[in-house]
Design a protein around this ligand. Sequence first.
Ligand code: NAD
Ligand code: WQD
Length: 342
Amino acid sequence: MKKILITGGAGYIGSHTAVELWNAGLEPIILDDLSNSHAQVLQRLKEITGKSFSFYKGDCNDRVVLDQISREHDIAGVIHFAAFKAVGESTIKPLDYYKNNLGSLLVLLEYMRDKGIKDLVFSSSCTVYGQPDQLPVTETTPRKEAESPYGNTKKIGEDILLDYVKSKPGIRIIALRYFNPVGAHPSGKIGELPIGIPQNLVPFITQTAAGIREKLVVFGDDYDTSDGSCIRDYIHVVDLANAHGKALAYLFSQELNFFDVFNVGTGKGNTVLEVIRSFESVTGLKLNYEIGPRRAGDVIKTWADTRKINNVLGWHAKYTLDDCMRDSWRWQQTLTSKDLPT
Ligand code: NAD
Ligand code: WQD
């Protein structure tokens, strides 16, 4: 069984990817400094898969821990999730974001070069497109100037990878541009652990329904959309996780010095009010929300053209928005009942 190093593998998307890799016949080896996750996730992964994954608590910027992993495992490929991801915080601590998100990428590339590891999947984001001029967004849609240091780390990260591949180092790389990951594992055992007040829509909805937040404010209903609220492409985290296994399988079959990017979304946009209605219909709850002012700098509408990933990687999103809401709510209820810290 091929062993895949997952940096940031205890986090939201990384933990779901560990499960999906295992289901696809690949063995995850997890590296995480637990700066935004909890060690209890490892036990949850064992409950889901029946397998105790190798786990290293360490910083991806630390070459010593990476070398230790390679002494103990024959690593066939890497998925690089480890990064800070809070957009607002990145404007307050830009250096922390550039250092962690880009420093870890550089250390990882040098490590892969020295150990002869050839395959890398990089977590990029639809944030690189900003507010696109054309919809749906294809992979050739021009990237826009980043709105935040966080977004810039994704854009620069992609540029570093492309420049590196052009130097013909004998590596193969896919950057996956995630749209809006939501939902949780259907088992209710793993999901997103937002720290403090959630900045993202779905955790804010579920915390409001759970009584942790008083009400959700919808950031504007006077945009040029069907109901006036903003549009996003919400992708279930299990579908997203599954795309990483497909990306690796594809990389393994390519010539060396390969680089490509793929959108990962459903291909469908939903407004904020549609998300709320979906949540209310699957849970039977009435959400306390009100329409508020627009959020400065918000993207008005974006959703993915998924034909490339559908056709080239043979990947398709299976879960619906209702599934996303059902699984997010199940996860929220386990959080409010005890165990994992919020
Ligand atoms: P997350 O914070 O849940 O997971 C990231 C994990 O990386 C955490 O467990 C954290 O402890 C760990 N980590 C951070 N820096 C590290 C370091 N230097 N060394 C080792 N571990 C480190 O975030 P997520 O939502 O799972 O995001 C995963 C990746 O996907 C990130 O690169 C993020 O930028 C990207 N992404 C996320 C979204 C989203 O909306 N969640 C959208 C697009 C892209
Ligand atoms: C979704 C929609 C809000 C909260 C983030 C990151 C971006 C990328 C994708 C990582 C918007 C509305 C939200 C609330 C609301 N992530 N909303 N009330 O804006 O797509 O961006 O995820 O790479 O970098 O910034 O996601 O969840 O913040 O917002 O009305 O309390 O929900 O206006 O339309 P977004 P989001």
